[in-house]
Design a protein around this ligand. Sequence first.
Ligand code: SF4
Length: 459
Amino acid sequence: MPERYWLETLGCPKNQVDSDKLAGTLAAGGLTPADDPSRADLVVVNTCAFIEAARQESVETVLSLADARRDGARLVVTGCMAERYGDELARALPEVDLVAPFGASLTTTAAPTAPAPVAVALGAKPAPAGPAERVPDFDLLNLARPPAAAPWAYVKVAEGCDRTCGFCAIPSFRGRQCSRTPEAVLAEVEELAGGGRLAEVVLVAQDLASYGLDRGGVRPDGPVRGAARPLVDLVRAVSARVPWTRLLYLYPSALDDALVEAVLATGVPYFDLSLQHVSRPLLRRMRRWGDGERFLGRIVSIRAAEPSAALRSSFIVGYPGETEEDHDALLEWLAEARLDWVGFFPFSREPGTHADGLDGQVPAALAAERLRECSELQDAITADRRDQLLGTTIEVLVDAPGEARSVREAPEIDGVVLVPRTLPVGSFAEVVVEGAQGPDLVATPAPAADRAVATGVGR
Ligand code: SF4
């Protein structure tokens, strides 16, 4: 009987892609997924080290799987915590058999097909020749992955980041940005779409809009040679292969006219802007570009081009030096911008980052209070934006029985559209929005006459 594995994934969409690739490698090595961690021979936890709360969740997950595993099963910890705290983690968690950083190089250049170190570490055999031929040494980005389990899939186009945001430790353990070639990305999209079931590709990277700049030796905010940044061409090429293409995590200075046009041309007018704050002095302390006025100007122009555009962003509350005026400016800005979806995060003091050494640390209780104020305001705006859709006909993609999304909802991040379970998974349908439940919409199939006038999605 083949060995069975259990793979637990924590953290962001980028980690989910890494797990898919590990699953592909384990499958190529002859392992099969277990239906429960207690029946696995190998338990792998792909951890997140983004902020303190994520680290705590990762450790708790490791400890609970250590209890749940059967006698003799190996427990391996990988992912960002293994990258960032490898030795410390190994010492602190004697229950773990192996702490295996993804480590090694993330080169995208062709290299001899030596077995991937992590695959060996996890107990898998080397991947056979064939689809895995383009696997270099240990390049998670370019490892083969299993077919998508849902009608949508994340595709990671780069690893690492060349920016130096004051609060962020990611570049210290994920390294400089290393973009895949367009050919490698498109080959993965085609492989995933091969069965004809894939309806949506969600492009992700630490700094997505900087995709490809490193290959031309350009810094994130440096001059882009030629007509447009490489992401523009990539978006066009991906959207020619799947009905919906969605982009996550766009640094605001990179959102130029060409990129906005390329996003709108996909038929998925969804903009996930990584703004973090609106106060100019505070943004400079964060070592980031922009200010609220510039951000608002961009949002207004996007909405002028496409009134139905959906906008998401995330903000850090309580960054060192954040004053009451900064906080008020954020509240005012939120009220004016009226974004569809917003995530607020309390500042987390990360050892080794620029912000760790800054004066003006905001007391946790004050940061929590500010976060509550922001959330309450935004919850009302999100509900209002949602209610504007009541009675309208929208197109949705059915993700699972009874659960769908329109272009305004990114998978796993925003709300969903609850639909009758009879709608086939993987299909597109026109539905009438009849109600709301929290952040979610409730809809029923549109009468045939309405379907012809439903809001179209470029397909
Ligand atoms: S863009 Fe800034 S926040 Fe995002 S990964 Fe890079 S350094 Fe971190």
